[in-house]
Structure formats: C-alpha cells, structure tokens
Ligand binder design. Structure first.
Ligand code: NAP
Length: 259
C-alpha cells in the first residue's frame, strides 16, 4: 500500500535504536525525510547513514537529550515544521515506590509525559495550518496493564494518555491525528537489559528467563521492532486520517481482555 507520504518530513525522537529507529526506518522507506534524535553520536550517525543509503531520503541526525529544553530546541531547530512527530524516550527505571523521591517522579514525568506534550505544543499548530499532521506517541502496554515495579512509567505514561485523549478530538477536524502505540515485549536492547536485571535478581541464567518470557506470550515470541515500525508508518499515512485518540496495543495478544 502506498501510504502517500513521499516528500513529507518527520521528527522521530529516541531513534538510533529499537522502536524509535524502526519507526524512522519505515517512514524513510515511504519517502519521508526524517530527523532522528538520540544522545549518543556514534550509533545515531550510523543509523542515519544506513537509512539515507537504503532509501535515498534526507536523514538528519541530532545528538541531544530530548527530555531537556536544550535537546528539544536542537531537535526543533533541525526540523521546525514536521508533518509527522513520533514521541519517544527511554523509560524510567524499575523499583519500589517507597524509594522514589520527588526528583525521581519529576524526571519520569519530564521524559515520558511533559517532553511529548512540549513537542506537540511546538508542532501541532503548524500541522493544523498545513492541514496535515500525524503524531504518534510510543508509550507502553503498561498503560493498559500496569507492571508493579514500573510505577514511574505507569504514572507518567498514563498522564500523557489522558492528555492526548482530550486534544486528539480537537485536531482531527484539521487532518491532524494523535495516537499512541503501546508496545508489549519487543526484541530491543531495552528488553535485553530488563531480562538481564530480572535474571540477576532471581539468580537464574539469562537464557532461561528470556525463553520463559517468550513462551509465556500467546505468540510464542517477542515482537520484531520492524513490525512496530510498520504500524507507526500506517498511522502516519494519508489513509489513517479518521483514526485519532486511539491506544493501539502491540503485544502478541498478551493482554487478556475482550476489548
Ligand atoms: P532501546 O532499544 O533501548 O532504544 C532507545 C533509543 O532511545 C536509543 O536510540 C536511545 O539512544 C534513545 N534515547 C533514550 N533516551 C533518550 C533521550 N533522553 N533523548 C534522546 N534519545 C534517547 O529502547 P526501546 O525498546 O526501543 O524502547 C523505546 C520506548 O518504548 C521506551 O520508552 C521503553 O520504555 C518503551 N517500551 C519498550 C518495550 C520493549 O519491549 N522494547 C516495551 C514497553 C515499552 P541514546 O541512549 O544514545 O540516547
């Protein structure tokens, strides 16, 4: 399917690896010029070179921490009027809520709630004026089924979800949609790091915990980041203008609810 995106521009945050990179990759393949943001220069530049080489589009790397005001300024300076915005950042650390300070909470809110809101604020009016805009926020399956040790993530992402639910109904009239993608377990560096921690805490071999988690998913496997990128590209496409304010769960069926 031609998504009708050739010649559009996208700002994709936290995109040198994992899910963000998969989204940028799928958009670049559709002919979108992408600006990708991550903190570490080396992997960011190789990701940009690979995408530009594969798809012949302009890929602009911005080495910045998107959760800071300076980082957002740098990203927006490189891509001031994106047609597509993909909000993403690293997730907050796991732990026990009894140990979290106000600063821990502010950091989580900055990363997973306030940064996407700031970037939406900076870009949405331009999208409305141009009568095309697609905003996709990468959140987590934990928004639907909270994970106890990820309380910082559960709280911050639920805040973003509530905010988006309100404004997504205001922008769609102008062909500007805002949706959330909720990843379950996808095979990325972050998943490897999480499983490493769980295995270490339980005193078990990494491979045992990895295989157990994989087999416990109804799909019998983890998600491939490329599958996630394709879902993102579809939501960003010309044909998805009637889809807004939705929370799309990509978890291999792990969430057991009827709806
Ligand atoms: P990943 O493979 O570790 O990749 C994270 C990417 O984000 C890297 O490119 C990283 O580069 C960049 N990044 C992290 N913090 C950043 C910041 N402050 N500013 C700019 N770039 C930043 O992670 P992932 O698995 O793709 O996860 C992406 C998001 O989805 C996270 O919020 C995660 O919690 C959530 N999630 C993932 C899963 C999963 O199974 N993978 C499940 C549920 C939710 P640098 O480190 O160089 O900045």
């Amino acid at each position: 399917m031609d998504l009708g995106l050739r010649g559009k521009s996208a700002l994709v945050c936290a995109a040198s690896k994992g899910l963000g990179r998969a989204c940028a990759n799928a958009l670049a393949r559709e002919g979108v010029s992408v600006t990708i943001v991550a903190r570490t220069q080396g992997p960011l530049e190789s990701a940009a070179a690979e995408m530009a080489g594969s798809y012949g589009v302009t890929v602009t790397p911005v080495a910045a921490d998107i959760t800071t005001a300076e980082g957002r300024q740098a990203a927006l300076a490189a891509c001031p009027a994106p047609d597509i915005l993909v909000n993403n950042a690293g997730g907050p650390p796991p732990g026990d809520f009894r140990n979290w300070t106000r600063d821990d909470w502010i950091k989580a809110l900055d990363g997973n709630m306030l940064t996407p809101i700031e970037l939406i604020k900076a870009t949405v009016d331009g999208m409305i004026e141009r009568r095309f805009g697609r905003i996709v926020n990468i959140t987590s399956s934990a928004v639907k089924a909270p994970i106890d040790i990820l309380g910082l993530s559960n709280g911050a992402r639920a805040g973003l979800t509530g905010f988006v639910a309100g404004i997504a109904r205001k922008t769609v009239r102008h062909n500007v949609t805002i949706n959330n993608l909720l990843p379950g377990p996808f095979e990325t560096d972050r998943l490897t790091a999480n499983v490493t921690t769980v295995a270490k805490n339980a005193g078990r071999p990494f491979q045992d915990v990895w295989d157990e988690r994989m087999q416990s998913n109804p799909a019998g496997r983890f998600g491939d980041p490329a599958e996630f990128g394709e879902a993102c590209a579809f939501l960003c496409g010309q044909h998805a203008g009637f889809i807004t304010g939705q929370n799309l769960l990509l978890d291999g069926g792990a969430f057991p609810g009827t709806l």
